[in-house]
Design a protein around this ligand. Sequence first.
Ligand code: GLY
Length: 351
Amino acid sequence: MPTLKVNLPEKNYPILIQKGILNHIGEKIKKIYQNKKIAIITDTHVEKLYGARIKKQLDNDFEIKMIVLEPGEKSKSMDVLQHVYNKLLEFEITRGDLIIAFGGGVVGDLTGFAAATLLRGIPFIQIPTSLLAQIDSSVGGKVAVNLPKGKNLVGNFYHPKAVFIDPDVLKTLDKRVFSDGMAEVIKYGCIRNKKLFDDLLKYNDEELFEHIEQIIYTCCHIKKSIVERDELDTGERMLLNFGHTLGHAVEKHYKYEKYTHGEAVAIGMYHITKKGEALGITDKKTSDCIKEILCKYHLPYEMPAMDQEEIIKTIGLDKKNKGQYMNIILIKKVGESLIKKIYKKDIVAFI
Ligand code: GLY
């Protein structure tokens, strides 16, 4: 697979997607980093499966410190962040050293935020191990931790030095975690690529895995192209939030326990598309196609019964929706998306 390059005014970095790259990660890192110390931040699941493999690749040439966190969203907190800062300082890390985020979205976001802020910035590399992290959160520089009031409320834009993606590690993912990532893959099809959407509809499980490298490449290509044009998320990048406005409200209502992020986004994509159809913005029957693909990938689509006032309040608290207006992401049809600016009070038509 050709290397993708994210080209930004202040920084360029490669995204390398290759089955088995984890077995050559030492060579790849030696090419871009010449100092001694590397702190690897991971979680207990990933450490158990791949910790020894990555260490073996790096042990001969570098001084390695592994920081292993509990898996799950609860680790994306200020407390865990402080623990990570302490561990990095005990390791006497400097701005000339390197941090590796080795895990899913939680590890990537928290590690990226620690790297962005400790000592005013330490270079870091992303080695994402979940489908969601490989196609979304490891690319584009959004790093953050959660606060009790909501997700990703403390964050920054801080890009990695490189992203190394090994699709082979997806083989050990739990089925539900894989489907979680598939919701975001489907999202890329909905907003930008009808061929991707149609291919996903026709693949069986085996074919999906045969094509997974290409699928990841397609998603990362869409994301990097959007990020290059709108790094700071003031315009086109908002398209990546298709399904997320309602999705966040669903996730929050169930205290991030009942639905995964992808499942909540799946519900959000279907629901907003139905509303788009009812308002004459989206072509008729588009929501049926979305329902079909969500069912195929074991994702929910039905909006659970929730209090409308609560949804409106949650949407209003979203950090992107300050002021009188808000942006809603809709699709005209599969592969074609749009940003609709509405008065906040008009959100009722979309929920
Ligand atoms: N995950 C959406 C974005 O990076 O903008």
